[in-house]
Design a protein around this ligand. Structure first.
Ligand code: FEO
Length: 172
C-alpha cells in the first residue's frame, strides 16, 4: 500500500496534470478563434495527452490501494498575444511540470517506494520529449517571425498532429 505522503503528492500531481489539460484546451480554443486551425489542433491533442497523464496517475493510485481525491482545477488564462507567446508559456509550464515530477521522484526515493519510482520513469522521459517539442516549435516560430507564408506553413504542419494513446494506458 502506498504511503499517505505519496498519495497526497500524487493527488497534487493529478491536479497539476488536469490544470495542464485545461491550459492547453484554453490555448486550443484561443487559436481556433484566431484562425490558426493547425495550432489549435496541436493544443487540442496536447489537452488529450494531459488528461491521459492524469489518468495514468489515477489508475496507479487505485492499483496501490490509495484514494484519488479530485481537487478543484484553478482558472487558466484565456488569451495569448501570439503563437510565440503561447509556446513560450507552454515551455515554461512544462519546465514546472518537470520539476514537480522530479520532486515526486525524490519523495518516492525517500519513502523507499520502488514501484512509484518505476512508474515515474515513463514521466521523466515524457517530460524530456515535451520540453524538446515546445523548444523546437519556439525555434521555428522565431525563424518565421512575421512572415505570413511561413506561419501558414507551420500551422498546416501542426494540423497533422494526431493523438496517440500513451504507452502506459495503451497496455492496460
Ligand atoms: Fe503532463 Fe505536459 O506534462
Amino acid at each position: 500500500m502506498i504511503s499517505t505522503k505519496l498519495q497526497d503528492a500524487i493527488n497534487a500531481q493529478i491536479n497539476a496534470e488536469l490544470w495542464s489539460a485545461y491550459l492547453y484546451l484554453a490555448m486550443g480554443m484561443h487559436f481556433e478563434s484566431e484562425g490558426y486551425a493547425g495550432i489549435a489542433n496541436w493544443y487540442k491533442v496536447q489537452f488529450k495527452e494531459e488528461q491521459a497523464h492524469a489518468e495514468i496517475f489515477m489508475n496507479y493510485l487505485n492499483s496501490r490501494g490509495g484514494r484519488v481525491v479530485l481537487a478543484p482545477i484553478a482558472e487558466v488564462p484565456a488569451a495569448w498575444d501570439s503563437p510565440l507567446a503561447a509556446f513560450v508559456a507552454t515551455l515554461e509550464h512544462e519546465e514546472k511540470v518537470t520539476a514537480l515530477i522530479n520532486a515526486l521522484y525524490k519523495l518516492a526515493d525517500e519513502e523507499t517506494d520502488y514501484a512509484t519510482k518505476g512508474k515515474l520513469d515513463w514521466f521523466i522521459s515524457e517530460q524530456v520529449e515535451e520540453e524538446e517539442t515546445a523548444k523546437g516549435i519556439i525555434d521555428r516560430l522565431k525563424l518565421v517571425g512575421d512572415n505570413g507564408m511561413g506561419l501558414y506553413m507551420l500551422d498546416q504542419e501542426l494540423a497533422t498532429r494526431v493523438y496517440n494513446v500513451p504507452a502506459p494506458l495503451a497496455s492496460k
